[in-house]
Design a protein around this ligand. Structure first.
Ligand code: ASP
Length: 400
């Protein structure tokens, strides 16, 4: 039996019927009715109605649900699924070129307000911790900032991350200090700018926006403290300022960036060393950081600078040695003097890259691994605030 929906029913009439000598013949009334019924049967709507009738017979509730879902106005659908709240990010502003506007430094609120549309991406709040050049920040203030950040994370479980503005000159030092002492998996992002707000091409707003976006992104978790400038995400451990003026001054050299933040955060690799949540350095237990100095090796360098550092209270000295840690002049004598006085001597390289192997046993002479001299100083300060055991200090230089 032919089906109602058989396409062959609706092919044009046979040619013999179309070729007429006396013009078109009016179809008989019965024939028109039949054709109309057939075209109705062929429409999708009619088929749908038929299916609905069958389903309704089986499950009327389901049909009611379907009809409601199809006819609900869009506003009603939105009301049923409220938008997720924006991630919250807290800013500690410390100053630096990013806020150094002619006629007065930008405040933390002015910095937040300077980013157009920021309130559509994150909910930003903050406080003015300092408003100075990075080189003016003291070790006590570093400790205080780290305590504040730890406390903020502890008390504010819903906070996504923290941003810290800093001058770029010593930014990498503050960042590495926070990398080792903020004991939380959530990101701390340190940011600055090379041009000030009164300069053409000021890039501070773009860097700040990137910093907020990274701090808010769950992908940035468990990466320690991050340095974000120039659309690039670097590890606080690896990054260093490489150029006195250029906008793309921050580099992790051959290690490369951790990720980018163009229109979105893209993570390319993760730090493998111990940091942040896995760090043993508890700033609540550290009252003050011991003095540790950095001394450069150069041709004929006198060892008495090392002696002077120790005589003036240094508990450790970092040598920025030549090549693979070579010293010059009478520096060897100075190093022996230091260790005999109970001070630690950590050897690093002034070349900018490469690793100096660590020490063994009871020796207070330790290799600084691949840390920049100024970062080896930070690790040594924290190590000596925690232990005086050479084996412990050596282990720390292997782990962090
Ligand atoms: N002098 C500034 C500072 O470190 C430089 C900068 O922010 O880029 O505070």
């Amino acid at each position: 039996m032919a089906s109602f929906f058989q396409r062959g029913d609706f092919v044009p009439a046979a040619p013999s019927l179309r070729v007429r000598s006396r013009g078109p013949r009016r179809p008989a009334p019965l024939s028109r009715l039949t054709r109309a019924a057939r075209s109705l049967l062929d429409t999708s709507l009619f088929r749908l109605i038929l299916v609905a009738i069958v389903v309704a017979a089986v499950s009327p509730d389901r049909v009611t649900q379907l009809v409601r879902a199809q006819t609900a106005p869009p506003q009603q659908a939105q009301a049923q699924a409220p938008a997720a709240p924006l991630p919250r990010v807290y800013l500690f502003a410390t100053g630096g070129t990013i806020s150094n506007k002619t006629g007065g430094r930008l405040t933390v609120d002015e910095l937040i307000q300077s980013v157009p549309g920021l309130d559509r991406r994150v909910k930003a709040e903050g406080e003015q911790f300092l408003n100075v050049a990075s080189g003016a920040i003291t070790m006590e203030q570093w400790l205080a900032l780290s305590r504040k950040i730890n406390e903020k994370f502890k008390k504010d479980a819903d906070l996504a991350g923290i941003v810290v503005t800093s001058g770029t000159d010593t930014l990498e030092e503050l960042a590495y200090f926070l990398h080792l002492t903020v004991r939380d998996t959530r990101p701390v992002v340190v940011v600055g700018s090379m041009r000030n707000p009164s300069t053409t091409g000021y890039e501070g707003v773009a860097n700040l926006e990137d910093a907020f976006v990274v701090a808010a992104d769950p992908a940035a978790k468990d990466m320690g403290t991050l340095v974000v400038l120039n659309d690039e995400i670097n590890s606080a451990r690896e990054v260093t300022k490489t150029d006195a003026r250029a906008l793309d001054t921050f580099s992790s050299h051959d290690y490369g960036i951790l990720g980018t933040v163009y229109d979105r955060v893209q993570i390319l690799r993760k730090p493998v060393r111990r940091h942040s949540a896995k760090s043993e350095f508890d700033v609540e237990k550290i009252e003050a950081l011991p003095r540790v100095d950095v001394i450069l090796t150069y041709q004929g360098a006198p060892g008495d600078l090392i002696k002077a550092a120790v005589d003036n209270g240094a508990k450790g000295v970092v040598i920025a040695g030549a090549g693979a840690g070579a010293i010059s002049g009478t520096q060897g004598e100075g190093m022996t003097y230091a260790t005999e006085k109970g001070a630690f001597v950590v050897t690093t390289t002034r070349t900018g890259q490469g690793s100096i192997p660590g020490g063994r046993g009871a020796s207070r002479r330790v290799g600084g691994d691949d840390l920049q001299p100024v970062k080896a100083r930070i690790l040594l300060m924290l190590a000596l605030a925690t232990t005086s055991e050479p084996a412990d200090v050596q282990r720390m230089f292997r782990e962090y």
